[in-house]
Design a binder for this molecule. Structure first.
Ligand code: ATP
Ligand code: LTN
Length: 353
């Protein structure tokens, strides 16, 4: 059995690359088109996706089925789903090398989601922090989908038999639940599902809000959230207003506990530039926060500029986007339907064929 130890060894580690060319390892992840993509999504998740497209078979999707667990405006959801696809591509995910698709266009997700709900315990779902947070935030709409969400996420993952699921730290609990559900199912029916590992990068795994360095960067606090489509002036302004710390030392030093604001900015700078914390401390030695904050802003502006420009171009090309998601849905369905057929057979459904 694969336990917590094996998993946490992989967290912060580098996914091992399988040398046998004939069987590539599989990576899969998704993001809800519930708001505009932000720096947290990019540094926590997407940045790790593109880097390995040559070595892995990669599946990345827009998790629109998940998005309706919170009430959405239909036209906006449609628009954001397409914008997210354009941004995936602009962030470097080549549709030729990665299967990019829209979750609701691959029916196997909803189908396996239902089956897995019957193999997930009420108690397990009750412990999910995302459920607790979101039901606190949306007290007037604590629906069954919000509660059962992790079973659908388990289906998203298990359909593709991925080795790694690259996500930010906040999703680790859901990947753990996926592993438990898969192991439970396998213990009854044999080796149906592959047990996936979360892949959580060393830096960037948790980006905090620029104005709230004690809580994660999130679209629900837009002042402290840098969106990938923000223009350079807006980004510069957000970084200038970033909360630093009220300690007397006023120097750039990594100390998560006592200097959360500065440490968060260092984490962003490190993830974007690849520099270590020691290198950053040295670079800004003797310089105050007034120099450091705009410097972090500048490097983020430089990183996001080509992404924003490319996404703006792609989003106008509706025919291209359509060809990408159609092709993606076809490729994804081919893999997903195979797993679903196996599951249906195992649980005892009568096959049409
Ligand atoms: P919300 O703003 O409602 O919390 P979100 O922006 O976190 O939503 P998700 O769809 O929940 O969006 O997250 C998409 C991916 O981005 C996940 O892999 C998640 O772990 C990662 N992620 C989101 N926010 C951050 C963050 N602040 N730091 C690092 N990774 C993040
Ligand atoms: N739950 C995730 C989005 C998500 C996902 C997935 C991530 C849905 N299905 C499968 C990885 C794999 C979130 O809210 N960030």
């Amino acid at each position: 059995m694969i336990g917590e130890k094996t998993m946490s060894e992989n967290v912060s580690g580098d996914p091992q690359i399988q040398t046998q060319a004939e069987k590539k390892k599989v990576m899969l992840s998704g993001i809800q088109p519930s708001g505009d993509l932000h720096l947290g999504n990019y540094l926590g998740a997407i940045i790790n996706w593109g880097a390995r497209s040559d070595e892995f078979d990669c599946f990345y999707f827009m998790a629109d089925l998940h998005t309706i667990t919170v009430r959405q405006e239909p036209a906006k959801l449609r628009q954001r789903t397409l914008e997210q696809l354009a941004l995936y591509i602009a962030c470097g995910l080549d549709p030729e090398k990665n299967t990019l698709f829209i979750q609701s266009q691959v029916p196997a997700h909803a189908q396996l989601g239902w089956v897995l709900e019957c193999y997930t315990q009420f108690g397990e779902l009750s412990r999910m922090t995302q459920f607790k947070d979101k039901s606190e935030k949306h007290k007037d709409n604590i629906n069954a989908g919000l509660f059962a969400y992790p079973s659908l996420m388990a289906a998203d993952i298990l359909l593709y038999r991925p080795d790694y699921v690259p996500v930010g730290e906040d999703q680790k609990q859901h990947v753990e639940l996926t592993r438990n559900v898969a192991e439970r199912f396998n213990s009854i029916y044999g080796d149906v599902f592959k047990i996936p590992e979360p892949y959580i990068a060393k830096t960037g795994a948790r980006i905090y809000g620029l104005t709230t360095p004690d809580s994660k960067m999130s679209k629900s606090i837009p002042e402290g959230c840098v969106f990938l489509m923000d223009d350079p002036d807006t980004i510069a302004r957000k970084f200038k207003r970033a909360v630093t710390d009220s300690d007397t030392e006023r120097c750039v030093r990594f100390d998560r506990e006592n200097k959360p604001g500065v440490s968060n900015l260092m984490n962003i700078y490190s993830t974007v530039t690849g520099k270590s914390f020691e290198e950053i401390e040295k670079e800004f030695e003797g310089k105050g926060y007034g120099v450091f904050k705009p410097a972090v802003g500048e490097c983020v502006i430089d990183t996001l500029r080509p992404i924003r420009e490319e996404a703006s171009r792609i989003i106008k090309d509706k025919a291209y986007l359509e060809s990408v998601y159609k092709n993606g849905a076809e490729r994804a369905s081919r893999v997903a339907d195979r797993t679903l057929a196996k599951v249906y057979k195992k649980v005892g459904f009568v096959s049409l064929k």
